[in-house]
Design a protein around this ligand. Structure first.
Ligand SMILES: [Zn+2]
Length: 452
């Protein structure tokens, strides 16, 4: 850069005073290098590295922070702590497939079943909905705090994540609708009696589960529910030609529009093995013995809790440049060589040195969850390897663009980074006592319909 700026001067000066001017230019170049280097370094440090990050940046600028944008920095000054590493953008992107698209709900309308621990606020933010809209809806309609486990909600957004309408199905004949009008939402209710109908859909695997399920008449949303329910038991990519599926749904139809659909039970035959997911009264899915289908996660990828030197902050503002550089994970202040543990069972999808992330591991847990571990000193696993919860996968370090030993840890749900310290994680408890008894008698009836 310096030589380019100076070159016209060299030409000019050469003709007049060749030696003095050369000396002068040299001096200028040396001064330039000495003075500019530190500034330059700082500059490159904070500039987002990939287009992906840039999109997030513009998104963040457009949506003002309302409500609970917390900076979770424990200990130390936040301004200095925020700069333990410049950016954690690995060069290697995690490869996606068609199931990811379905799970991410790419369409503008999303149907969602309320699960244990959910609040409307958290659900909508998890789907990247404009904070201003989430704030409007949840503060103006306090009754929305009464969502129950198993209830269906659905919403429609425009392409910029602005909420257009939100429906809350309290019961089959009581639906609340919140429609955006200007900057506000207006509530209305539909009380048409709609009788839900049980539908049984069966099919064979000819190409892939998604393609064949669609061909058999299942909607993307229904396929999403099935793959989420069985994600810990079955790898849907491993289904082969000749495998079978059978599904019972309770569908509600308003006129010609399918307004609500609930998965009652599913059976998937993979080779000689059968996988079931059956809906219980608590809105969760269990296997035919009432055993849990979900998996538990550790909150921390470490043997002992460690100080958080920099918290999750999607709107982290660099104090020097004023540029928003999201911090998509949590930094734990641990010394070099500290064992790093996988927070859950899963498959290693990436394990290699990757740009500013340094030695980097990504683990896929089921279909919806992904964890990443960065700046490691040593990687102890290989891509494709199956790991169990608590397995030692690496040693923490200071590799990549990092200014001190620490572990950068991320949790992604539906391919979106979330705060690993506060995200609601699946709980793995089976049914017991009365609820198990009620469940098992229901299973008998459902199972008989799930034949091939
Ligand atoms: Zn970090």
């Amino acid at each position: 850069m310096a030589s380019k700026i100076e070159s016209p001067d060299i030409e000019k000066n050469k003709s007049n005073f060749p030696y003095f001017s050369l000396l002068g230019v040299l001096l200028v170049v040396i001064l330039f290098t000495v003075l500019w280097r530190p500034l330059n370094l700082e500059r490159t440090v904070y500039v987002p590295l990939t287009p992906q990050v840039e999109t997030t940046v513009t998104d963040n600028i457009n949506s003002p922070v309302v409500g609970d944008a917390r900076i979770e920095v424990v200990g130390g000054k936040s301004t200095t702590d925020q700069i333990t590493e410049s950016s954690d953008v690995p060069e290697d992107e995690i490869v996606k497939d068609e199931l990811d698209d379905i799970i991410e709900d790419k369409g503008n309308t999303v149907q969602y079943t309320v699960a244990r621990g959910d609040t409307l606020h958290d659900i909508l933010l998890r789907y990247n909905i404009n904070r201003r809209d989430v704030y409007q809806l949840t503060t103006n309609f306090k009754q929305l705090a009464n969502l129950r486990i198993g209830q269906q909600v659905s919403w429609t957004t425009d392409d910029s994540h602005n909420l257009q309408s939100f429906s809350w199905i309290i019961s089959s004949n009581n639906i609340r609708i919140y429609e955006k009008s200007g900057n506000k939402f207006i509530e209305s209710s539909e009380t048409v009696e709609v009788v839900p109908q049980d539908v049984v859909i069966k099919g064979d695997i000819k190409t892939s589960f998604v393609a064949d399920a669609r061909k058999s008449g299942l909607t993307s949303s229904e396929i999403g529910v099935i793959t989420r329910a069985l994600q810990w038991r079955l790898d849907f990519r491993r289904l082969k030609v000749g495998d079978k599926f059978s599904v019972i749904l309770s569908r509600e139809v308003h006129g010609k529009r399918l307004s609500n659909s609930q998965l009652i039970g599913v059976r998937i035959k993979n080779g000689s093995k059968d996988y079931y997911a059956i809906l219980a009264d608590d809105g969760q899915y269990y296997d035919i013995n009432g055993g849990s289908l979900s998996q538990s996660f550790f909150r921390y990828p470490l043997e002992k809790q460690a100080r958080v030197s920099s918290g999750f902050n999607p709107r982290r503002l660099n104090p020097v440049t004023g540029i928003v550089t999201p911090h998509n994970g949590v930094d734990f202040a641990v010394s070099r060589g500290t064992p790093v543990l996988s927070v859950g069972n899963g498959e290693v999808v990436i394990a290699k040195y990757s740009g500013s992330a340094g030695n980097y591991i990504a683990i896929r847990h089921g279909r919806q969850y992904m964890t990443t571990y960065m700046h490691l000193d040593k990687i102890l696993v290989k891509p494709g390897q199956q790991v169990k919860q608590g397995d030692k996968i690496g040693l923490s370090g200071n590799t990549g663009r990092s200014t001190g030993p620490h572990l950068h840890f991320e949790l992604h749900i539906n391919n979106k980074p979330v705060n690993p310290l506060t995200a609601s994680l699946p709980i793995s408890e089976g049914l017991t006592g009365k609820s198990k008894k009620a469940f098992l008698s229901k299973v008998k009836d459902i199972r008989s319909q799930l034949n091939f």
